[in-house]
Design a protein around this ligand. Sequence first.
Ligand SMILES: Nc1ncnc2c1ncn2[C@@H]1O[C@H](COP(=O)(O)OP(=O)(O)OP(=O)(O)O)[C@@H](O)[C@H]1O
Length: 274
Amino acid sequence: MKETAAFQASDMISVQNVVKEYGKKRAVNDISFSVKAGEVFAFLGPNGAGKTTTIKMLTTLLPPDKGVIKIDGMDVARQAYEVRRRFGVVFQDCTLDQTATVYENLWMHCSFYQIPRSERKRRIAEVLELFNITSHQRVIVEKLSGGLKRRVELARALLHQPVLIFLDEPTLGLDPQSRRLLWDHLHFLKKTQNLTVFLTTHYLDEVERFADTVAVINQGKIIAAGSVSDVISHAKGQTLEDAFLSLTGQLSERESVFFAGKTEIEDALPEADN
Ligand SMILES: Nc1ncnc2c1ncn2[C@@H]1O[C@H](COP(=O)(O)OP(=O)(O)OP(=O)(O)O)[C@@H](O)[C@H]1O
């Protein structure tokens, strides 16, 4: 585990032996994983597993108690400012200014990221077009449907041209058409810009269809990581949902720990079991 987690130049995200505690509660318990540039990576786990805590640490909102996190080769703890410019983020709850128009929201983001004024109009026009929302640019956000708001949030998250985007439950509450559209957009960005996508979701059918790699976290520990097909076949499931349920529910922790292509399984087990 330690060896495999060592930083490699092709890693967009590298997490090494990271721990986070809230008082006596160890929410994230010595996790290590990496995500390659251009991958769609799904971070899965049951409620309370440690997903949000991990995302907060990756996005510089929460300092780890132990361990090292690198984004695009930069240390999140020591180079937080540079790291923040490398990623975009869309949280589960809408963070748009509901009383402002779509265009105003995008303009505010440009100001926040100090995008030169001479470039702002062009960049805003580009993201509006990318997400098919040009005709909505003068609409006050609160008048938009949930699917359109999500597209505006994605457009905003890409304005400063990040190399990585974090999406927390991006398709939650969307109808099937909007979900499909969102995935089409993400795939287009991955293909054309080699964008790395880090997402959490409970829609495992979407992960199975669209993600390249997954990691499963349970009670603060990573219990499986690898390609979608590796994780399914390891758990002897027919679907990712089968695998997820068996990994997080029925099998013992020792049986269920799995890292594709890796042999350091013992290192990933709780200390008491080693
Ligand atoms: N601020 C906090 N203070 C104390 N405990 C917390 C705090 N935030 C989270 N926890 C606890 O840490 C653990 C991990 O929480 P976290 O929110 O990271 O899980 P999650 O996988 O994102 O869950 P969900 O899917 O429900 O959002 C849980 O047991 C949670 O109760």
